[in-house]
Design a protein around this ligand. Structure first.
Ligand SMILES: Nc1ncnc2c1ncn2[C@@H]1O[C@H](COP(=O)(O)OP(=O)(O)O)[C@@H](O)[C@H]1O
Ligand SMILES: [Mg+2]
Length: 152
């Protein structure tokens, strides 16, 4: 199993937002989490990504317990998220916005960056290629929409 939630609960003071949720995600499958407003969907994603600590239960990703780790540590292991209210850098193009999100893939040691090792140069070339695939031809466009709707 790629991802496993075991009897996960979250309590906010007197409010029980998630109660004993167990679910699994197999590799190469796509899932949706549905439910009415206030059902606890966003809370589940906050628990999954370490934004909020669990009240009880555990989350296992690729055989390793990730509940209790920091968001950055969970992200490095491969769980990333987007937020419902997207915030883009308006002065940047679509491609540049994707490049900013790609910095995790481009992580190189400071010294390697400084002296420009072959590995560093390879990464500098591969990240924009990867980002360009993601923007699918819209890379040069800038964001012209109105203010994003604030929503959880
Ligand atoms: N950080 C928080 N502090 C206190 N209560 C919260 C917090 N986040 C969510 N809640 C409450 O938990 C419940 C589930 O909310 P949420 O996960 O946002 O639901 P959904 O995303 O399914 O609409 C709601 O009653 C909400 O008010
Ligand atoms: Mg929500």
């Amino acid at each position: 199993m790629l991802l496993e939630l075991r009897d996960v609960s979250k309590r906010f003071g007197g409010l029980q937002a998630v109660t004993g949720l167990s679910m699994t995600v197999a590799p190469r499958t796509i899932h949706g989490l549905i439910g009415p407003n206030g059902a606890g969907k966003s809370t589940v994603f906050n628990l999954l990504t370490g934004v909020l600590p669990l009240s009880s239960g555990e989350i296992v990703f690729k055989g390793e317990r990730v509940s209790g780790l920091r968001p950055s540590e969970i992200c490095r292991r491969g769980i990333a998220r987007t937020f419902q209210a997207t915030t883009l850098f308006r002065e940047s193009t679509a491609l540049e916005n994707v490049l900013i999100a790609c910095h995790l893939y481009a992580a190189t040691a400071f010294v390697a960056t400084l002296i420009g090792t072959a590995a560093y140069r390879d990464k500098e070339r591969s990240v924009p290629r990867r980002a360009a695939r993601g923007t699918d031809g819209a890379g040069e466009r800038r964001h012209h929409g109105g203010a994003p709707r604030a929503s959880r």
